[in-house]
Design a protein around this ligand. Structure first.
Ligand code: HEM
Length: 184
């Protein structure tokens, strides 16, 4: 009998996973796109990103209030430790990446003239205390959080590869029903 995550945890896992992968790929797409397509693609990136942030907060609350299903007994102690470390690092990244993006965007010098629209439906707020900084400090915040946003994006690719690689190894080399734990 496979021990599964709850429906809420499964839904949050897959919606966040798709949002993260799309947002990791979008910068490559807008770099290749013509000038007229860049702004709409960045706006889409921001809308997906703040949605991921909201869902990541819900996911963390779920995790802090529920015990996930026990890992299969065949896991070696080091695999249990490594998987917990990777999962907590992933929680940290799904919060930190959109948060650094939102802070960077709030410190953008043209933020006031370009309100952020959530999928074109309503205005999504910038972070007031960041927008209110003087111009020089704002530039420093924009550049440093932009740098952090980029570096965390690379870290996410690395952890993503580890996470997916480990799941597939348990599924196909160890013969565990690993993927079924996170499938409806
Ligand atoms: C799912 C969450 C997110 C992921 C995985 C993500 C990932 C990335 C990556 C990989 C880049 C390219 C960095 C580079 O090479 O310079 C980027 C750029 C950017 N992101 Fe995000 N991001 C996320 C959320 C957000 C949010 C919430 C915002 C703002 C509200 C945002 C705003 C931006 C902006 C403004 C840029 C730079 C655009 C430019 O080049 O001018 N991101 N993001």
């Amino acid at each position: 009998m496979v021990k599964k995550y709850t429906g809420i945890a499964i839904a949050l896992h897959w919606i966040i996973a798709v949002g993260i992968v799309v947002n990791l790929l979008l910068p490559n797409i807008w770099e290749a796109a013509g000038d007229e397509n860049v702004r709409p693609l960045i706006n889409l990136h921001k809308s997906i990103g703040v949605t991921v942030l909201g869902l990541a907060v819900m996911r963390l609350l779920w995790r802090l209030t529920h015990r996930p299903p026990a890992l299969p007994a065949s896991y070696k102690p080091w695999e249990v430790t490594a998987s917990h470390a990777a999962h907590w690092a992933l929680y940290a990244l799904i919060l930190a990446i959109p948060l650094t993006g939102w802070i960077m965007d709030s410190a953008w010098k043209d933020a006031a003239a370009n309100p952020m629209q959530w999928f074109g439906l309503f205005e999504w707020p910038r972070i007031g205390p960041v927008m209110g900084l003087d111009e020089a400090t704002k530039k420093g915040v924009h550049d440093s959080f932009g740098e952090a946003h980029e570096i965390l994006g690379y870290a996410m690719w690395a952890l993503w590869a580890l996470h997916v690689g480990a799941a597939l190894k348990h599924q196909f080399m160890d013969g565990e029903k690993e993927l079924q734990r996170m499938l409806p």
